[in-house]
Design a protein around this ligand. Sequence first.
Ligand SMILES: NC(=O)c1ccc[n+]([C@@H]2O[C@H](COP(=O)([O-])OP(=O)(O)OC[C@H]3O[C@@H](n4cnc5c(N)ncnc54)[C@H](OP(=O)(O)O)[C@@H]3O)[C@@H](O)[C@H]2O)c1
Length: 325
Amino acid sequence: MADRCVTLNSGHQMPLLGLGCWLAESHEIQGSVEAALEAGYRHIDTAALYMNEEGVGAGIKSYLAKSKKDRKDVFVVTKLPSNAMSPEKVERLLKKSLNNLGLTYIDLFLLHFPIGVKGKSDDDFFPLDENKKLVLDYGTDLIAIWKEMERMVKLSLTKSIGVSNFNVRQMRKICAIAKIPPATNQVEMHVYMQQKELQEFCKANNIYITAYSPLGSPGRTKFMGEPTGSANRMQPLENPVVKLIAERHNVSPAQVLIRYLVQLKVITIPKSTNPARIKSNFDVWGFRLTDLDMAALQSLDMGETGRIMNSTETFDMRSHPECPF
Ligand SMILES: NC(=O)c1ccc[n+]([C@@H]2O[C@H](COP(=O)([O-])OP(=O)(O)OC[C@H]3O[C@@H](n4cnc5c(N)ncnc54)[C@H](OP(=O)(O)O)[C@@H]3O)[C@@H](O)[C@H]2O)c1
């Protein structure tokens, strides 16, 4: 069991493999969370932006009641959305997430994205102007927000704090002033985009990476109606190298992609609402990729061009000083 967890710089243990919950509605995710916990997952990743925290919380509550396990047996991650990226909103939004989840504390609270947007309400996550462009908040002050995140730990509302979608420059900025350094940075990472520079920085600074979209988010060739970076290329699940390694170990391509990350000690959170896939995605502890397998998978890296979550026309954030891409 010990090899299934890492110890964060906050001193808390975090399971390497969790369930991703994006693009699943609240009523649907409740059953998925229960199925995942029954299959052995002990880490659930959600966000205010996913609008399913109630379902996630209900799934956890139901599993804990049935299994007679404790709250401390499940590691819960949620995130501060971009429309709340200002210090005065942090505590209220964290309390709102806790209320949605039906919990008294979060295990890991993340800044979802380094850029603020000017939403008109808590639920206005992607405010668009009359030209259908995202309304950016150019005043985002990462340092002031981080100080407030540290206060959330002192208030015992969260055990650990971290960031998401931060680049190395932004990590340096936070680490330079932090009294509590980020425990993790959750970023896009899969065989086509392996985040070499960020991996080196995080390793040197005792920060774990959580890899999102570990399977390459198959099928998500569009985001909000616009093409993503994977629109015109082969999916990692279809890649012949991945398939060959899967055949050799008698496992699925998804299991190879997940095993690759956890073997690198990168935390990862594949999403599924399909009970059979939820189960098989967790079944990665009974085989080990060889050094040759690992090297072959490493060679699939395309660097920045491998990114799925690229800036689209609507979500063009390049004018913002904190644009991470
Ligand atoms: N911090 C951020 O900005 C950010 C951004 C993106 C994602 N995330 C987090 O990371 C999680 C995972 O990323 P993701 O959802 O983008 O991508 P992903 O986990 O790489 O892929 C999920 C997709 O793969 C399918 N799938 C799952 N298991 C499969 C299998 N064994 N074989 C074939 N297809 C399979 C799922 O469909 P079914 O459900 O039908 O199985 C779903 O469509 C998210 O849910 C979210 O929690 C965070």
